[in-house]
Design a protein around this ligand. Structure first.
Ligand code: COA
Length: 146
């Protein structure tokens, strides 16, 4: 299976949106939509598509963040979103996407890459660990209505 990794273009927006919806199914469409144009225009962001036989099978959204939990330098590369369609998982697609994002961050002068996922996301945690990421912290997020 030949995996091709490339940066996304505006023409990829519908497919990109579909994959965002798969990662964050509970997020309203307006929320998933609102920053897509900005991300495409920003040199602090890079979105990669993985293609097999010309068909998009996964994506990774990377960004430069001033701070990453557990990091000693800044800015760092950060994996904001990472998705591979279920039927094609376990074949190295996420690894290839990750390598492209790390190369991009390295090219931006970063020496560290960081990421996060949900505590119950076993596959996500395993994939990070297998690809050389070390668990840095476990956080609890809080919200209060004002
Ligand atoms: C996490 C995810 C992107 C991994 O995609 P994938 O294409 O199956 O991953 P890969 O095949 O490239 O695997 C990368 C490494 O992780 C390991 N891995 C991946 N899924 C695994 C699982 N379920 N259990 C154990 N190890 C796993 C692989 O063995 C591989 O290690 P290796 O290179 O030593 O063999 C995919 O499961 C996914 O899209 N999940 C839903 C969204 C998500 O959770 N995203 C991550 C958090 S943002």
């Amino acid at each position: 299976m030949k995996i091709v990794i490339r940066r996304i273009t505006p023409a990829d927006n519908p497919e990109w949106f579909k994959m965002r919806k798969e990662i964050w199914p509970d997020a309203p469409d307006e929320y998933l939509n609102f920053d897509m144009v900005d991300i495409l225009a920003s040199d602090q962001d890079a979105v990669f598509f993985a293609l097999v036989d010309g068909k998009p099978v996964g994506m990774l959204e990377a960004r430069l963040r001033e701070y990453g939990e557990g990091c000693e330098t800044g800015p760092v590369g950060y994996i904001e979103g990472w998705f591979v369609y279920p039927e094609i998982r376990g074949k190295g697609v996420a690894g290839a996407l990750c390598q492209a994002a790390e190369d991009w961050a390295r090219g931006k002068g970063c020496t560290e890459m960081a990421s996060d996922t949900w505590l119950d996301n076993e596959a996500g945690i395993r994939a990070h660990l297998k690809l050389g990421y070390i668990e840095a912290e476990r956080l609890v997020h809080f919200v209060k209505q004002l």
